[in-house]
Ligand binder design. Structure first.
Ligand code: DC
Length: 226
């Protein structure tokens, strides 16, 4: 059932530019940007802190009830609050990327986070990015776009981002980890990364940020006139 609010669903693999583009689009349209990857990262971070493996289904199920995830917007920026502590910066490491991908494959984790994501879309105009937004979280979204790029280009973008933060990982390592995450995210049985049937495909491999943003805006304008 359609709500009174607009929802724009952006899905795609890691490093495709989703979050940068989603932030820009949300700002331009005055929508709320919801980074769902950050929510899975928050759970992954807790499991990692407890010293449990991300693939340990029993361990994750045992701990999931101890996790209290809150999303706060401070000056328009999404902050993740885990059991009362702001861990927005701590979740942006390669280790937590892998943990987020691993814990996100468990049904108990996906069930636990589903309403949090849906509730945001019930009360706000949202640009929501993730892996299963158009397929599972918001199947009735007004606009669905699947953003992708070649693994090499996505890895280069992620490598540049990590370098800027002082991370010393090689490009080859970033590429290998990204391919590993693509495989995990797209082959898991529950809510795998995939293009929704009614999503528009946008390949940003040969686009700079401005071109990709213009292409996205054109798709959104055509669908909802904004
Ligand atoms: O978008 P990101 O790289 O921050 O996401 C981290 C991981 O979280 C990703 O590898 C898979 C998982 N994820 C998910 O399963 N479903 C989503 N809607 C968003 C992220």
């Amino acid at each position: 059932m359609k709500t009174a609010f607009h929802a724009i669903a952006l899905d795609g693999p890691a490093g495709a530019g989703k979050s940068t583009l989603a932030k820009r689009i949300a700002k331009a349209l005055d929508f709320v940007y919801v980074d769902t990857g950050a929510i899975y990262r928050t759970v992954g971070y807790y499991i990692w802190m407890c010293g449990i493996g991300g693939r340990d289904a029993d361990g994750v199920r045992r701990l999931i009830d101890e996790v209290n995830v809150k999303i706060e917007y401070i000056d328009g920026v999404q902050h993740m609050i885990l059991n009362g502590k702001d861990i927005t910066d701590e979740i942006r490491t390669p280790v937590i990327s892998q943990y987020a991908s691993q814990v996100s494959a468990h049904a108990c984790v996906r069930d636990f986070l589903l309403d949090t994501q849906r509730d945001l879309a019930k009360s706000h105009n949202v640009v929501m990015d993730g892996r299963d937004i158009g397929t599972v979280v918001l199947p009735n979204a007004d606009v669905k776009i699947f953003i992708t790029a070649t693994p090499e280009i996505r890895a280069k973008r992620r490598f540049d981002e990590l370098q800027a933060k002082g991370n010393k990982d090689s490009y080859e390592k970033v590429l290998a980890e990204m391919k590993q995450r693509d495989l995990q995210d797209s082959t898991r049985p529950i809510a795998p990364l995939k293009q929704a049937k009614d999503a528009v495909l946008l390949d940003t491999s040969d686009m700079d940020l401005e071109q990709a943003e213009a292409a996205l805006r054109a798709i959104i304008r055509e669908k909802i006139g904004l």
